[in-house]
Design a protein around this ligand. Structure first.
Ligand SMILES: *Cc1c(COP(=O)(O)O)cnc(C)c1O
Length: 470
């Protein structure tokens, strides 16, 4: 399998060439030159597989520069009951006939990002060792991504993580999750500023090409193709659990921000997995819902970006969305470039023509939006009617899913976090705190390992230099 950019650069690259990369050199995102097709016989063969074996089968269709036995060992090291809590890895939790949650949040940081990041940790360690190289991951986080990256990379040979977070602004639980890590290769930096300051510092450091090269600076952001590929697996795993035979269809509702999670659903559907609908659920930051309703993609300014009680979906633009638009527009990279580079820079938005807009239906996409009041009502509903405590992001998903059900097709709502991570809103909805998974009851009391730095690029560069030997 080879990979090309969404912006017209036809240079074909192999999986391990793009594994450690972010954007393609022309500013686009990487996609495979075609989607491997999975027929009924293959689905039947995969139906009985363990999660790790299923992951191996799917990954092998996209990765031909890692020997099969090594790749199988990697998926078996990643998707274990010890790390993800159950033998199914992503078990279904039935709510009502034809309606279930697919649990993606039983990994170490209690959010779905572990599903991909844990694999990325194994792949990075493998590839860096093979090349005899090291990598220093620099990132900014307001919560979920940073902790998932740290738990995936902790103790991995050849990798250091420098994670910036806004000092005193994450929840005590999130701070405890990250700062209690004592691994020598994990560096928590609390920046005296807000999340945007952290992001600006990461950009400034990455734009200093000499520094970047000298200190081998890399990232693990959500546009990484390997992360997306890892997520394709749980759409298949959910499908097999919800059906008995391979002529049945299933729909998914996906709480969405950067369009990474649901883009993996799009890839699974393009491969031939019988998915009826992919329902995109947003919170008040409804860039994507607006697009699927109107064909207008309009990036929001930071003042228009709301801080909500489903904070991991508080986005101003959806970084992975370009991948879907590339497919929607018949893979015309030139046109994608015009839209994402020129129109967005000049007008802050683009609009599909009528013909293009009508094509969205062929891809199964629908959408909906949820608000704080919806979230509280849905958390109550899930508790009272279905006996489940759900987190705020999953609540956005369930709220939108309930408006898009077809009695003939099972609907799976992706559970993207556990309620323990967002205890304050659960308390607001239900009047009590959600339970914590075993072992995390007293996490706030553990010793913390964090350095507080001013919101200053040079201070962060100095810190990195002091903690690395070149
Ligand atoms: C990251 C995240 C999302 C949004 O996922 P995207 O891939 O950005 O659409 C939703 N819920 C939770 C809990 C998350 O951490």
């Amino acid at each position: 399998m080879r990979y090309i950019s969404t912006r017209g650069d036809q240079t074909e690259r192999r999986f391990c060439e793009i594994l450690l990369e972010g954007l393609a050199p022309d500013g686009g995102l990487y996609l495979p030159v075609h989607y491997p097709q999975v027929d009924g016989a293959t689905l039947s063969r995969w139906r009985g597989l363990s999660y790790a074996d299923l992951a191996f089968e799917i990954l092998s269709l996209y990765i031909d520069d890692i020997p099969a036995e090594d790749l199988r060992a990697i998926t078996h090291r990643t998707y274990t009951e010890a790390v993800f809590g159950t033998p199914e890895i992503t078990p279904l939790k039935p709510l009502a006939p034809g309606l279930a949650l697919e649990a993606l949040s039983n990994g170490p940081t209690l959010a779905f990002k572990d599903m991909a990041m844990q694999l990325l940790g194994q792949l990075f360690e493998y590839e860096l060792r093979r090349r005899g190289e090291t990598l220093n991951i620099l990132g900014a986080t307001s919560g979920d991504t940073g902790s998932a990256a740290e738990y995936a990379m902790r103790g991995k040979a050849g990798v250091n993580v420098f994670m910036l977070s806004p000092h005193g602004r994450m929840s005590p639980f999130q701070q405890a999750q990250m700062f209690s890590l004592q691994d020598a290769n994990i560096h928590n930096i609390a920046v005296e500023g807000v999340f945007d300051d952290c992001q600006d510092i990461v950009k400034a450091v990455s734009n200093d090409l000499d520094f970047k090269r000298k200190y081998r600076i890399g990232t693990v952001n959500s546009i990484n193709w390997a992360r997306l590929l890892a997520q394709v697996v749980y759409y298949f795993a959910g499908y097999f659990q919800a059906t008995k035979s391979d002529d049945e269809h299933v729909s998914f509702t996906v709480p969405s921000g950067n369009f990474g999670n649901v883009c993996a659903g799009h890839v699974a559907r393009m491969m031939g997995l019988p998915i009826a609908k992919l329902v995109v659920a947003t919170n008040e930051n409804d860039v994507l819902d607006e697009f699927f309703r109107t064909g207008v993609y309009r990036v929001r300014s930071s003042t228009e970006t709301h801080e909500t009680s489903s904070p991991s979906m508080d986005i101003s633009k959806a970084s992975n969305f370009e991948r879907f638009v590339f497919d929607l527009l018949g893979r015309e990279g030139g046109r994608v470039k015009t839209m994402f580079k020129d129109a967005l820079a000049e007008q802050g938005q683009f609009e599909l023509n009528r013909h293009e807009f009508e094509r969205i239906a062929h891809y199964g996409f629908q959408s909906g939006r949820s608000t704080h009041a919806d979230r509280l009502a849905t958390i109550r509903l899930a508790y009272q009617h279905y006996g489940q405590i759900i987190d705020t992001h999953t609540a956005d998903g369930l709220k939108v899913a309930l408006g898009h059900r077809d009695p003939a097709v099972p609907m799976l709502v992706l559970e993207t976090a556990l309620p323990a991570k967002f205890a304050a809103t659960i308390h607001e909805a239900l009047g009590f705190e959600p339970p914590r998974p075993k072992g995390l009851e007293h996490i706030e009391a553990l010793p913390k390992r964090v350095s507080v730095l001013p919101a200053d690029v040079q201070a962060v560069k100095d810190f990195i230099e002091q903690h690395l030997s070149v």
